[in-house]
Design a protein around this ligand. Sequence first.
Ligand code: ADP
Length: 463
Amino acid sequence: MTGRLVIVTNRVPDPRERGATAGGLAVALRDALGTRDALWFGWSGAVAAETAATPVEHQHGRTTYATIDLGEADHRHYYLGFSNAALWPVLHYRLGVARFAREDWFGYRRVNAAFAAALAPLLRDGDTVWVHDFHLFLLAAELRALGCRARIGFFLHVPFPPRSVFLGLPNAQAILEAMGAHDVIGVQTADDAENLRGALADAGAPEAAAKVAAFPIGIDAAGFASLAARRFRTKEVAQLRDSLAGRALAIGIDRLDYTKGLPQRIAGFGQLLRRFPRHRAKVTFLQVAPVSRGAVAQYRALRRELDEMVGRINGQYAEPDWGPIRYITRAVARPTLAGYMRLARIGLVTPLRDGMNLVAKEYVAAQDPADPGVLILSRFAGAAQELDAALLVNPLDPDDIADAMDVALAMPAVERLARWRSMDAAVRATTAASWCEGFLAALEAAPVAEAGRYSPRCRRAIA
Ligand code: ADP
């Protein structure tokens, strides 16, 4: 790559947070950013009276961070509305949870156009643009409309549902048509690729369908393994271990989100205690689920439901010296969680749908190679394609989760080890860095867009 790498994401992380506390995407892009000149553009995270037209720029190492504030109405309609209340549920196969409003679509279009208008003047000849995720489906088409000829790649971090589900989204057709403005369209799994190709072909965009490929995302496995080993020896982990008094620990770590299957998981643990009394007072379930998107109504309802379920199960099965479920809705630092994961005999990762699910890979990487725990994994997480040595469950079925927990608690060390070795090899095979390089290599191999080459359909989509 001769020019700069230009990353565009909805939120731009604060460069000072890079490292152990950064989110998955920031970690995944760290190596790519460290070794070339880069520009990272997106929302600052701040809400102002109006969406800013000119970005604020900061230099950090070889990366320029350029961010804009979002106006209050744009934040409401683009971010809370169309992105979080419409696209997020539809892409996770949850049409029934989705809320649609015409103003949200207008806000989504407005912000994609505003991003393009603020970014375009910063672009230089030879730059390669990499757009991330569902917030910015229209950005490339907007950039093309402004005359941008750079290579533009797109990566979708969440699942893409079958087209019959996606077409439940008002304006689905416009989004699919706008996808044609990219040179490479990356998704997490072969299933997502097949679904997206089908939707694009059906929308009359076969040339866009031909640009779709799967690039499963990974983690910095070696880095996370050594973080977990180090944190395992800290006071926080010792306190948790002592408090278990020799009982097994099952752990769940998620954002509090309705795609993560939390009610079914808690019901599954309840079923384990009900159907297999031998496990009562022998296993403690720690669920860490910090509140996210608290401004969206569905998330508040989920929180109430979980509060009630946890209270009911704890009330029913607790002993004076043992509580079945420990439930934390505050944020816990990621390094501490790495140590907790290593302590846990069972990792419960049971999203109803997930693009990849990095927690599953982190749990595997965090294990003690001499005495690894058991991963119970939803068959509907993208990670299940690579981690098929996990105990795969139907996350909608609490009894299936209970059965898997029963198997995991009795699993002999040789079987735990064999399953873990196979999963650890998979987690180390695709790392964050190799994912990034693989996508960028495909993007660089794509032909440079000629002026006016992108289809008129894509102009229509944003008209
Ligand atoms: P999603 O992107 O939908 O939140 P992923 O599992 O793919 O789900 O990625 C989540 C990332 O955020 C992981 O790196 C994970 O360690 C981190 N994370 C998830 N839940 C928590 C939590 N409760 N506290 C701190 N970090 C978390």
